[in-house]
Design a protein around this ligand. Structure first.
Ligand SMILES: Nc1ncnc2c1ncn2[C@@H]1O[C@H](COP(=O)(O)OP(=O)(O)OP(=O)(O)O)[C@@H](O)[C@H]1O
Length: 858
């Protein structure tokens, strides 16, 4: 609905000739168009220069006139007395011809009207000429030559006596019609006809002016008579210039569920019992370290636990380490524990294998909590491509021989079809051979062996397409964790494949046991939740609600409240590893959570030794793939059933080989290690790539041999089992320093991690949030350190810190980033240390040439 536009009151002006054009009277010449569409960024069109209007008395261009006057009246007014005389003449002629029949009469009248109109047209043409010549000398009127000729006639002398009278008349006329001055210049010689024509022209001009004036007044009167107050309408305001604040704009354009989230304060906690978890289950949860529900859990649990209220999907945007995992695992396990039969009821999709394993632990902690008071022990399985595919199939889907002669016949027909398809080399139609041959007159029946499947997207698609009996018909929970990453990289169109399967309706299959609801509940989570609706739309959410931990808005990325951030200026980039060593040895590397303070860590233990040597290796086994993909999903998704089986089995062999390599390398360790060392805290160092992580950890071993046994490496090219061992050793405080690529930047929960060091700058704000979010989790303190080279300073302070002129960052933090200095001054490192560093680089180079990866001095 548009408001009616009421233009501002115009200043009344006596119309001039140029204003009396129909166009100028019907439309204001103003450039402001009442309903003109405003296009941001496009300046309003400049006012068009007023074009000189040529006056043409064309009916089509006439302004809206007073329709109360008939055409005839106007004609009469326009044609003036001469026309009236003609009309009289015609009338008298009509009376003479009164005996003529009616048809003649009609025809005459019509001819008469036609003549009148022609008169008007003639008048208009003449008037046009007059206007054109108006500014010319009055003597050169249209009949100037004739007048001169008339002046030369001797007969005119007779009339000389009438001259004073005429001059009087002339004066009067000049007053009345100054423009007609020329026409009266030589009255005696002026032909009557010409004079009458001029008079007509003058009169018609005046009449026309009057008509136009009247109609203009009328229009203005109408507009003014349409009072804004009476109709409650106000002039349409002119659009304000739009400022393009992207975040604001996005919120304004978000649908209501995204624009008005359920907000919860970050420090809110509540006992689980108050949220609908039974006292028995709460007790077990408490025994596992979950005493009270965290803020995000207090908001999400009531939405997901069975209730008579609305049941819709839930999108969660909460900081790293805020406890999002438990917020969906608890209600999901609670719901599934009410089922009797084991069927695949829930899918949890995660981007990496490490996260799959981590969430599996969380699920298992909860299954015991609900396997009491009549609830069944929910079965949890994983599919992430770390095993032979067939083995994984047998863990997820069970088989059983059942007597069924008819079914057996169908099985045989299917086999024949498959054989003929193979012979004809036709495209695979999606049918696959059974895992197990049925006995004669039997069929192999399948049943799910798990209630919850935690998986990477690629492996999930593989099971959907290749595992007989793997069905999503009973799935009623779909969890997508780290959703922004999974949605942005739609591995093998996993989402389309899954949503298509989930749209299949089998009566009663998706009924919730504790409520009268049915369907699939979707829970979508991330610390850096996307606000890209085109991505979210792919999830086909139903009546979604957004839960946001206060202080964050959808799309904003808040850091944990107890995180302290610092930046270290790198003056000499070629010596950056020395800055890192100094930081590790500095007073800043202390335990920030007192309860975590550990005493001396002794080296030489088997685990530490092996892990240290693995860290120091830049072997081919560790760097078999240099792709810095931190997602296992691509690796698993690309493998076919058979190839993945062989690759998985060979990977196990590889791991055995790796261990042998480790031992031999351990024996040939180039630098001596200290017998005892102390390192008071835990550190995770992020580099830009797998290769960089491997090089750096080796360099650290060479530059700080006393720390060597405490250093571990995590890259996406590291075998999953090795990664698991490394993470376990870190959790046990046997390893204290991890050098990693972005593989572990998402989701990984290293409970005792206190310091994160960004050795290389992260590629994005989102990446920064996930990296530093590995510490200060679950209400604990943590520190983040970023090494900033001169060339990176502008980007870091503007994009990550949000400082400086015009800086805008999406990262929300409780305190600004501190500036920390490492070293004593301009010459921060002694010549001796620089030489030591160069020797280490040489060593690294030699090792690289000898088969490992290496690095030259930066
Ligand atoms: N109610 C609770 N009481 C105590 N500890 C909890 C509770 N809920 C979660 N935790 C712990 O908090 C830590 C972080 O939880 P979680 O991994 O779920 O965080 P997150 O929000 O998923 O983080 P990220 O976004 O980094 O994945 C975990 O160690 C978890 O065990």
């Amino acid at each position: 609905m548009y408001n009616r536009y009421i233009p501002p009151a115009k200043e009344k002006q006596a119309p001039t000739h140029s204003q009396t054009t129909p166009a100028s009277s019907s439309k204001p010449l103003s450039t402001a168009q009442p309903y003109a569409r405003y296009i941001p960024g496009q300046a309003p069109a400049p006012p068009a220069p007023a074009q000189p209007q040529k006056i043409v008395f064309d009916d089509a261009n006439l302004p809206p006139v007073d329709h109360s006057k008939s055409t005839r009246e106007i004609d009469e007014e326009l044609t003036g007395s001469a026309t009236q005389k003609k009309a009289k003449k015609s009338k008298s002629k009509q009376s003479e011809d009164v005996a003529d029949d009616g048809v003649d009469q009609e025809a005459k009248e019509s001819r008469s009207r036609k003549r009148k109109r022609e008169d008007v047209d003639q008048t208009a043409i003449l008037e046009d000429k007059v206007v054109e010549n108006e500014d010319a000398t009055p003597a050169s009127g249209p009949d100037g030559d004739n007048a001169a000729a008339a002046h030369a006639n001797p007969e005119n002398d007779v009339k000389q006596e009438r001259k004073p009278k005429r001059e009087k008349r002339k004066k009067k006329k000049q007053e009345d019609y100054p423009d007609a001055e020329m026409a009266d210049a030589d009255d005696d010689d002026m032909h009557r006809k010409h004079r009458s024509v001029f008079e007509k022209v003058q009169r018609s001009l005046k009449i026309k002016e009057r008509i136009v004036e009247d109609s203009t007044k009328k229009e203005e009167g109408e507009e003014e008579a349409e009072p804004a107050v009476e109709h409650g309408l106000e002039p349409l305001p002119q659009p304000e210039p739009v400022t393009f604040d992207e975040s604001k704009l996005a919120y304004e354009t978000l649908p209501p569920w995204l624009a008005s989230p359920v907000r919860v304060a970050p420090d809110v906690t509540r006992p689980f019992v108050e949220l609908g978890i039974s006292p028995e289950s709460s007790k077990i949860l408490e025994s596992k370290g979950f005493k009270d529900a965290f803020a995000v859990q207090t908001a999400v649990l009531p939405l997901l636990l069975p209730s008579p209220d609305r049941q819709g999907d839930v999108v969660v945007a909460a900081p790293t380490g805020s406890g999002k995992t438990l917020s969906y695992v608890l209600p999901m396990v609670h719901d599934i524990s009410k089922d009797r039969a084991t069927r695949l009821r829930a899918l949890i999709v995660l981007p990496t294998r490490d996260l799959v394993q981590q969430v599996q632990l969380a699920c298992e902690a909860c299954t015991t909590a609900f396997a009491i008071s009549g609830g069944k022990k929910v079965k949890v399985g994983t599919a992430m491509g770390n095993r032979v595919f067939k083995e994984e199939q047998s863990i997820i889907v069970g088989e059983e021989q059942r007597y069924d002669p008819q079914g057996y016949q169908q099985y045989l027909q299917k086999q024949n079809r498959l054989v003929s398809l193979e012979d004809s080399d036709d495209e695979d139609d999606g049918l696959d051979l059974e895992r197990t041959e049925p006995l004669p007159y039997h069929v192999v029946a399948h049943e799910s062996k798990v209630d919850i499947l935690i998986c990477t997207p690629g492996r999930l698609v593989e099971h959907i397409t290749k595992t007989p009996g793997f069905s999503l018909d009973y799935v009623r929970w779909l969890i997508v964790d780290e959703a922004d990453k999974l949605l942005a990289q739609d591995f093998q169109q996993w989402l389309d494949t899954v949503t298509e399967k989930l749209s299949v309706e089998k009566p009663g299959a998706r009924d919730f046991p504790s409520s009268n609801k049915s369907g699939v509940r979707k829970v979508i989570l991330s610390a850096t939740m996307t606000r890209d609706l085109s991505l979210l739309n792919g999830l086909k959410l139903s009546r979604p609600r957004l839960v946001v931990v206060e202080g964050t808005k959808a799309g904003e990325q808040n850091l944990p409240p107890l995180l302290r951030e610092s930046a270290i200026k790198i003056r000499e980039p070629s010596l950056k590893p020395l800055y890192l060593v100094d930081l590790l040895r500095s007073k800043h590397m202390v335990s920030v959570n007192q309860e975590d303070a550990v005493d001396e860590v002794s080296v030489g233990s088997e685990t530490s030794d092996s892990e240290a040597s693995s860290a120091s290796s830049s072997s081919a086994s560790d760097s078999e793939s240099d792709s810095d993909s931190d997602s296992d999903s691509d690796a698993s998704s690309s493998a076919s059933s058979s190839s993945s089986s062989s690759s998985t089995s060979s990977s196990d062999d590889d791991e055995a080989e790796e261990d042998d390599d480790d031992k031999s390398r351990s024996r040939n360790r180039p630098f001596p290690t200290a017998k005892k060392t102390t390192f008071p805290t835990t550190v995770l160092i992020f580099t830009k790539s797998n290769e960089a992580a491997l090089r750096l950890s080796r360099l650290l071993v060479l530059l700080a041999p006393d720390l060597a046994p405490l250093i571990g490496t995590l890259t996406s090219s590291t075998k999953t089992s090795r990664r698991t061992r490394t993470l376990r050793a870190f959790a046990q405080n046997k390893l204290r320093i991890l050098v990693a690529s972005d593989l572990v930047s998402r989701g990984i929960d290293l409970v005792n991690l206190e310091h994160v060091i960004n050795y290389d700058l992260p590629i994005s704000e989102t990446s920064y949030v996930h990296r530093v979010g590995r510490t200060a989790r679950a209400g604990r303190r943590g520190c983040a350190w970023t090494l900033v080279e001169h060339a990176e300073a502008r980007r870091f302070w503007r994009d990550f810190a949000g400082e400086g002129k015009g800086a805008v960052t999406t990262i929300g933090r409780s305190a600004p980033i501190e500036r920390i200095r490492i070293g004593d001054g301009e010459t921060e490192f002694s010549e001796e240390r620089v030489q030591e560093y160069e020797r280490a680089l040489e060593r690294l180079r030699a090792e690289a040439v000898g088969g490992g990866g290496g690095e030259g001095r930066k």
